[in-house]
Design a protein around this ligand. Structure first.
Ligand code: GRG
Length: 301
């Protein structure tokens, strides 16, 4: 593939189709007991997400010379983890949102208790899948263990859950930019960075590759959340599938609120450039990662 030939939209479509097919295989069937729980898990997973984390994982694997198919199971695990976080984030005890991805949220359809359990089950299934011996048949056991530890660290109190807690505690308060950056890099950035590192690790990245992927992932993770903050101010409700202006209504600190819309846009562009610079050691196989960095900043949904 040459850079000139690469078409991002086509790439996203193909990789998303791979992820969706693998999710169909790995998620427990709705026909399996308890049917309602499996239906609730599938309802949220197949509600039309962008599959950004799985696609980033596949692109990272490809950048270091691997194949997308090599990381399919781990990509599905990240999407399950991501979906669990969305289901729990939407609960009345947290953001109390009625809509997600343009459809009623899990607790609106299945009730609060089942939504909590669907999230719990997706979180647990994600780790089962990361450890699955069939899916990891060609992966050294030490790499599988490293991947599981890494994902647990980025998803837990040192990562996404930690970011969510600081976010919750900061609501309605005036916070400074370092605190906001902590929230963004943990709540959102952690799973994005984990996806990229896991993609590299499973495809045999060496330490220098991993360092480069980490610089890329840190920049893209933060850029993604700044773009999300900007979309909450200027985005289109229909394209987003959720209410705009929700951050301000909840008294949440955002980049546009703290440094202004223009500066927030500049920071996101700067991070996109940083992400691209981090890829300098890779060849044309890193073109998907390169273009996804811009897509993340320019996206409309
Ligand atoms: C509840 C444990 C727990 C954690 C919640 C990730 C998170 C932490 C909450 C989700 C709420 C939120 C709006 C987070 C910001 C990150 C974000 C923009 C999530 C949406 O990700 P997309 O745009 O969603 O990739 P799709 O629907 O495309 O998958």
């Amino acid at each position: 593939m040459t850079v000139a030939e690469f078409e991002l939209q086509e790439y996203l479509k193909q990789r998303t189709a791979l992820v969706d097919a693998a999710l169909q295989t790995w998620l427990p069937s709705e026909a399996l007991l308890p049917e309602r729980l499996h239906e609730a898990m599938r309802y949220s997973v197949f509600a039309g997400g962008k599959r950004l984390r799985p696609v980033l994982m596949m692109a990272a694997a490809e950048a270091v010379g691997g194949r997308a198919e090599q990381v399919e199971h781990a990509a599905c695990a990240m999407e399950m983890l991501h979906t669990y976080s969305l289901i729990h984030d939407d609960l009345p005890a947290m953001d109390n949102d009625d809509y997600r991805r343009g459809r009623p949220t899990s607790h609106k359809i299945y009730g609060e208790a089942m939504a909590i359990l669907a999230g719990d089950a997706l979180l647990t299934e994600a780790f089962r899948l990361l450890a699955d011996t069939r899916a990891n048949a060609s992966v050294p056991a030490a790499t599988t263990a490293r991947v599981i530890e890494l994902v647990a660290r980025f998803a837990g109190s040192r990562g996404m859950v930690g970011g969510q807690v600081v976010d919750m505690e900061s609501e309605g308060k005036a916070i400074d930019l370092p605190t906001l950056e902590y929230i963004h890099t943990h709540k959102t950035g952690a799973l994005i960075l984990a996806s990229i590192q896991v993609g590299g690790l499973l495809a045999g990245a060496d330490d220098d590759d991993l360092r480069a992927l980490t610089r890329y992932g840190e920049a893209v993770g933060l850029a993604f959340q700044i773009a999300d903050d900007i979309l909450d101010v200027v985005g289109d409700q229909t394209a987003l599938g959720k209410q705009v202006g929700a951050d301000q209504a909840r008294g949440k600190a955002t980049y546009p609120a703290l440094i202004g819309l223009e500066q927030a846009r500049n920071r996101a562009d700067e991070l996109c450039q940083l992400a691209q610079d981090a890829l300098s050691r890779f060849g044309t196989d890193s073109e998907p990662l390169r273009q996804i960095a811009c897509y993340v900043v320019k996206r409309t949904s």
